[in-house]
Design a protein around this ligand. Sequence first.
Ligand code: NI
Length: 174
Amino acid sequence: MTVKKILIIPDPILRKKSEPVKKVDKDIQNLMDDMLETMYSAPGIGLAAIQIGVPKRIVVMDLSKEDEKKTPFYFINPELVWKSKSKATYEEGCLSIPNQFAKIQRPEKCKINFLDYNGKEKSIEADGLLATCIQHEIDHLNGVLFIDYLSKLKKNMIMKKLMKEQKEIDRIVV
Ligand code: NI
């Protein structure tokens, strides 16, 4: 397993639409292993393949708390087939938008069809953190980021803050 580099905005690759996986083989499983390793080391609770530059519809996730046993989830070709009318709000962040957070409202519950690590068809009904997280990750597969739900003003503010921070980091490195 290898820790990969996570792409950061405004990298244009993050805006690409990812392609469905045709066959779940060893290469795909290796990719998912790398994604999980990368996510754990970041650390984060979810990662889409596009965030390490691979435009395939794959998501890994682990919502367990620090003191709990690791429980990785793998979603291949995840498809949102139902969402509730009721909404839930979480303060979201993203590994591709470091240190920036915003309150985002999404459907509270949803149903997802997907293939698991072994390519088996599965379906889950998600609510709470899982529902929000999987919707955030499916957005990645469509080139959508959480900041797209914000007003233009707020979005620009986050972009500016991020650019400034990146510049500051460079200064220290030099
Ligand atoms: Ni994200």
